[in-house]
Design a protein around this ligand. Structure first.
Ligand code: NAI
Ligand code: 15L
Length: 263
C-alpha cells in the first residue's frame, strides 16, 4: 500500500504513546492523537473514550492508518477489561470500516501467550505459531483483539499487523525484560514497517529488539521490513548483579508472561 501519511495514534497519553509521539514524526507521519486522558503538551489531541462511538468515528475520519495503543495495559477487573479492550476495540474497528481506513497496527502483548514456557538456553525460539496461552484477563483481551483483527480482514478487508509487544520501556528494568525488551527506537521501526509493508492481511508478529537473550522468533517481523538495531545485553551485567537470575521455578523463570502468570 502507499505509505500512510496521517495516523491516528490512540493511547497517546500513555507510556508507549508518549514515546511514539516523539519518534514517529521522524518517519514523516502526521499524527492525530486520541486518549481518554488529556495528552500533555498536545492541545489538539482528542480526549475521548473508545466507548464513544461518534467520537471514535470522527477521530478515524480521513486518516490513512491507525496505531492502536489505547486500552487497559495491565491486569484489571474483567468488566473494565471488556469495556476498554473488547468493546472499545470493536468500536475502533467499526469506525475504521465505516470510514474506509485500510490499515491498523494493533498493540497485542506477550501476555496473549504468557503461559508459554520461556525457552531455556539452546532451546528453539518461540514461533509465532505458538498457540494463545493468555495469563490474565488482560492477556485474554489481547487474544480477542487478534481474532477481531482477523475477522475484520477476512470479512471487511481491513488489514492489521498485531504486534505482540514484549516490554517497551526506555530501558529494561528486570532480568526477564532482557529477553523481551523492545527499545522505543525499535518500536518505532517496527510500527513503521507494519504501516508500510505490502499486503499484510492480518499478520501477527512478536515485537522485541534483537536481544542476545531473546525468546522470540523475529522472522515474521523482519519479513515486514523490521530491522531491529538494539539489544538489551548492555543492561545485563547491572541487572544480574542487582537482582540475580530468577529463582528456579518462579514465574519469571518458567513463563514468558512472568509475574502476570501468578497474579
Ligand atoms: P499505558 O497504560 O501507559 O497507556 C494506555 C493508554 O490508553 C493510557 O493513556 C490510557 O489513558 C488510554 N486508555 C485506556 N483506556 C482507554 C479508553 N477506554 N479510551 C481511550 N483511551 C484509553 O500503556 P502502554 O504501556 O503505553 O501500552 C500501550 C499499549 O501497548 C497497550 O495497549 C498495551 O496493552 C500494549 N502493550 C504495552 C507493553 C509495554 O511494554 N508497554 C507490552 C505489551 C503490550
Ligand atoms: C504488557 O503487556 C504491559 O502492558 C506492560 O505494562 C508490561 O507489563 C509488559 O507487558 C511486560 O510484560 O513487561
Amino acid at each position: 500500500m502507499p505509505a500512510p501519511r496521517t495516523l491516528l495514534l490512540t493511547g497517546a497519553a500513555g507510556g508507549v504513546g508518549t514515546l511514539m509521539r516523539g519518534l514517529l514524526p521522524r518517519y514523516g507521519y502526521e499524527l492525530r492523537l486520541l486518549d481518554v486522558a488529556p495528552v500533555p503538551d498536545a492541545p489538539d489531541a482528542i480526549v475521548a473514550d473508545l466507548a464513544d462511538r461518534e467520537a471514535v468515528r470522527e477521530a478515524v475520519r480521513g486518516v490513512d492508518a491507525i496505531v492502536h495503543l489505547a486500552g487497559i495495559s495491565v491486569e484489571a477487573e474483567f468488566d473494565a477489561i471488556v469495556a476498554a479492550n473488547v468493546t472499545g476495540l470493536h468500536r475502533l474497528y467499526e469506525a475504521a470500516r465505516e470510514e474506509g481506513v485500510r490499515r491498523v497496527v494493533f498493540a497485542s502483548s506477550n501476555h496473549a501467550v504468557g503461559f508459554t514456557p520461556a525457552p531455556r538456553d539452546g532451546e528453539p525460539l518461540v514461533p509465532i505459531t505458538a498457540p494463545h496461552r493468555p495469563d490474565t484477563y488482560y492477556g485474554l483481551s489481547k487474544c480477542f483483539g487478534e481474532d477481531l483483527a482477523q475477522l475484520y480482514w477476512d470479512r471487511h478487508g481491513v488489514e492489521t499487523v498485531s504486534v505482540r509487544i514484549g516490554s517497551c520501556f526506555p530501558e529494561p528494568t528486570s532480568v526477564r525484560m532482557l529477553s523481551l525488551w523492545l527499545s522505543p527506537a525499535d518500536c518505532a521501526r517496527l510500527l513503521h514497517a507494519a504501516l508500510t509493508a505490502e499486503r499484510v492481511g492480518h499478520t501477527v508478529v512478536y515485537g522485541s529488539s534483537a536481544n542476545t537473550r531473546g525468546w522470540w522468533d523475529l522472522a515474521p517481523a523482519r519479513a515486514l521490513g523490521y530491522a531491529p538495531q538494539d539489544d538489551s545485553e548492555p543492561y545485563a551485567p547491572g541487572l544480574l548483579a542487582a537482582r540475580g537470575l530468577p529463582a528456579p521455578g518462579s514465574p519469571d523463570d518458567l513463563y514468558i508472561g512472568g509475574g502476570f502468570t501468578a497474579l
